[in-house]
Design a protein around this ligand. Structure first.
Ligand code: ZN
Ligand code: ZN
Length: 308
């Protein structure tokens, strides 16, 4: 019983505040607004980056480069995937989150307990012992199920080809960091070479620097633009598509949606959790309450961080 009690002691100190906090003498912060104490910054999407750095956060070197494009004087301590590090009184290991370049999930060992911080990620399973799982719930609603990605890619390529034979211009909207590069890669694999906006090109260069080849062609009739531009400021005389997980649950007025996501859908999240079988789960982001409730129905000890 003492074991269980100890675990609860740590978990009771997990809360929202400056990011997600493990509240102890030397605080551990996850994706905080102010990087301080021991701070984990999981990836370079704006909603995960600190806006002030008091002590350097823990990132990958890829994230550091990408973050510098958004925050000029961004700095961090960089670590590699898969290497166990002793840092103050904790051990941590970063694993590739398969979300965007440089993104990680963090496995932390402290006081004999194991914690997995899994913010934006796209992994089928995790095969280490986890006492406490802190997990995103962007698509944690049981109504959000993505169709098979290979089929969606097929549909996207067929749609592009059908427009190409009609000699039409094509605009594809995708998040500038992460999704746009994923779309370029998919198109390249089908011998399609699009052009991109300046913002997207800037991120492409970092991807290329880390060995991900992205081939663009300035003369292409296909342009990839940041998704909000395609939705709110579309180019005239273009056939339009957006590539986003949200296409699984909403229609776009002026564009056809393709459901390719760098997050897991509801089923994916549940499968990931089943592969771990954690003792306690904290959900955050998106459908945190709904997701925690669904997990409790499945027999898990799950709570939304919003309601703590
Ligand atoms: Zn993200
Ligand atoms: Zn996010």
């Amino acid at each position: 019983m003492a074991e269980t009690k100890g675990k609860m002691e740590i978990s009771a100190k997990i809360k929202y505040g400056n990011g997600i906090i493990i509240d102890r003498d030397l605080k551990i912060l996850f994706d905080p607004i102010i990087s301080d104490f021991i701070s984990f910054v999981s990836h370079a999407h704006s909603d995960h980056l600190p806006n002030y750095i008091a002590t350097l956060p823990i990132t990958t070197k890829e994230t550091k480069e990408l973050a510098k494009l958004k925050i000029k004087d961004f700095n961090s301590l960089t670590f590699e995937y898969g290497k166990k590090v002793k840092y103050f009184d904790i051990y941590f290991t970063l694993y590739d989150a398969n979300h965007i370049l440089g993104s990680y999930i963090a496995y932390i060992e402290l006081d004999g307990k194991t914690i997995l911080y899994a913010p934006d990620f796209r992994l089928e399973s995790f095969n280490k012992d986890v006492d406490i799982l802190i997990i995103e719930s962007t698509f944690g609603d049981p109504n959000i199920i993505f169709p098979d990605t290979d089929e969606v890619i097929d549909k996207l390529i067929r749609w592009i080809k059908s427009k190409e034979v009609q000699n039409k211009k094509i605009e594809i909207g995708a998040y500038a960091l992460g999704k746009a590069q994923e779309v370029i890669k998919i198109l390249n694999e089908h011998s399609i070479y699009p052009r991109v906006t300046k913002t997207i090109e800037k991120y492409n260069k970092v991807y290329e620097k880390f060995g991900i080849k992205l081939i663009c062609d300035e003369k292409s009739k296909i342009i990839i633009r940041p998704m909000h531009e395609t939705i709110y400021n579309p180019l005239p005389n273009h056939e339009r598509a957006v590539v986003t997980g949200w296409a699984a649950v909403r229609k776009f007025e002026n564009a056809i949606g393709f459901e390719i996501s760098d997050h897991l859908d509801f089923k994916g999240l549940v499968n990931f959790i089943n592969s771990i079988n954690p003792k306690i789960i904290y959900t955050f982001h998106g459908f945190a309450e709904i997701f925690a409730k669904e997990l409790r129905n499945l027999g898990y000890n799950a709570f939304s961080l919003n309601s703590l």
